[in-house]
Design a protein. Structure first.
Length: 445
């Protein structure tokens, strides 16, 4: 009731939710109370959560932030939603996002922009902007996001919360509306690393319905949170402190790194030499996969259907023209082009080769250091409406995108402010090093 009241009072302006489900939430809260009375409560029993509107929720509108799915009521729960329910959490509803998770500002949503709670003239980041804003504004203590190129970490940074993108394959993608399947990964967004660890305990683990989800034991992510950091080897990638980094963001990040030194860590510079190619490689691979994934929205089986089609081709054309927004169409066109005969080897295949080099950069760095640190984003949250050129928007993701190409985990933790706007410190680890990242993040908080 407390959280629903806050949503009612504050979300008119913020617009962080697309759908609020008060009746289902109160019913789930009653079940949680009953479980508690029976002595069956777990650590998350009764915890309210907000879910990015990219996860299918049984019987609940699931829009992906698109007009294409504006009337789509999912007939089943995503694996993550199932597991959150099984853990006794109470879903408050579905949060706003960039259309089909394509964006860095939440402004491409068909359901309108979201305000940053710290400064309402700023974007909350994207694509999980609604989840980040909802947690930052105290509308929900925790939320779920997805991260294909930074969509958990960058909005977490812009909204002053903690967001973890786990290793690719750590969490099931089953029931998450696909953007770029080889990059998409779900993860928790909350106030602290400790809260993220509790959520990870509930959502991580093998799911046979996602063939890329790894069958590997799930540790207790809360177990090592307080472990000492003496002897921790931190690498600062030279390429993450170069041109384009706001000096005030750099100062905040270096101050955070100094705190780690005072906790007994050692710091050295490392190099990720192919960083420069991450955005071009991503903007070949992600749109290629998106154009393929989004071909299912044909106006026939589900999703938006145009009025009075004259024939099948007219049905496809007008349903897709009306249902998709501008950014999504841009990605579909880029992806269709790069996958087409004669261009595939030059673009898609080449991008996959570059991707392998980017992954190797990280593996080489982790031979020398335990974690990498740097800024999550080169600037604090920018003004709503300020980024008009798509390429300059794409360049904002310079520090987050390579992480998805490599499949490694990354966490963004709050590291001060520039004026009213929060700054995020990004901490990266090798594959399946989530426990280490949460420990390192926790010791700073
Ligand atoms: N901003 C990036 C994009 O637009 C990443 C989005 C995401 O991680 N879903 O593709």
């Amino acid at each position: 009731e407390h959280q629903l009241g806050r949503i009612e009072r504050h979300d008119g302006a913020l617009n962080s939710f697309i759908t609020v489900t008060p009746d289902a939430a109160l019913e789930a809260a009653d079940h949680a109370d009953a479980a508690r009375a029976r002595g069956e409560a777990g650590p998350l029993t009764g915890l309210p959560v907000a879910i990015k509107d990219l996860f299918c929720s049984d019987g609940v509108l699931t829009t992906a932030g698109s007009k294409m799915l504006a009337n789509f009521v999912a007939p089943y729960d995503a694996c993550v939603v199932e597991r959150l329910k099984a853990a006794g959490t109470v879903s408050l509803g579905k949060t706003n996002l960039d259309e089909f998770a394509m964006g860095s500002s939440n402004e491409s949503s068909a359901f309108g922009a979201v305000q940053n709670p710290w400064d309402t003239t700023a974007v909350p980041g994207g694509s999980s902007g609604g989840s980040a804003a909802a947690v930052a504004a105290g509308l929900a203590p925790a939320a779920m996001g997805t991260d294909t190129g930074g969509s958990i970490r960058q909005p977490a940074a812009f909204c002053g919360i903690t967001g973890l993108k786990p290793t690719y394959g750590r969490i099931s993608r089953w029931g998450i509306i696909a953007y770029a399947s080889s990059l998409d990964q779900a993860g928790p967004m909350a106030r602290t690393a400790e809260d993220c660890a509790l959520l990870m305990n509930a959502i991580a683990g093998h799911d046979p319905r996602d063939s890329t989800c790894v069958a590997r034991g799930v540790p207790d992510y809360t177990a090592d949170l307080a472990a000492p950091l003496s002897g921790l080897k931190i690498g600062l990638p030279r390429e993450y402190f170069g041109d384009g980094l706001d000096p005030a963001v750099e100062a905040a990040v270096r101050e955070a790194v100094a705190v780690y030194e005072s906790l007994g860590a050692t710091v050295r510079e490392v190099s990720l030499p192919h960083t420069h190619y991450a955005i071009p490689a991503y903007y070949v691979i992600a749109p290629a996969e998106a154009s393929s994934n989004l071909s299912r929205y044909d106006g026939v089986r589900f999703g938006h259907r145009c009025e009075n089609p004259s024939d099948l081709i007219d049905l496809y054309k007008r349903s897709r023209a009306e249902g998709f927004g501008e950014e999504v169409k841009r990605r579909i066109l880029i992806g269709t082009h790069t996958l087409s005969e004669g261009f595939f080897d030059a673009y898609y295949k080449k991008a996959q080769q570059v991707r392998r080099l980017i992954r190797q950069d990280f593996l080489d760095a982790f031979e020398e250091v335990d974690v990498l640190m740097g800024p999550t984003s080169p600037t604090p949250a920018f003004d709503l409406g300020a980024q008009k050129d798509p390429v300059s928007m794409y360049l904002q993701d310079i520090y987050t995108i390579a992480v998805n190409l490599a499949g490694i985990p990354g966490i963004s933790v709050p590291a001060g402010f520039v004026g009213k706007r929060p700054v995020g410190l990004q901490i990266l680890g090798t594959h399946f090093a989530e426990q280490r990242l949460l420990n390192v993040a926790h010791r700073y908080q």
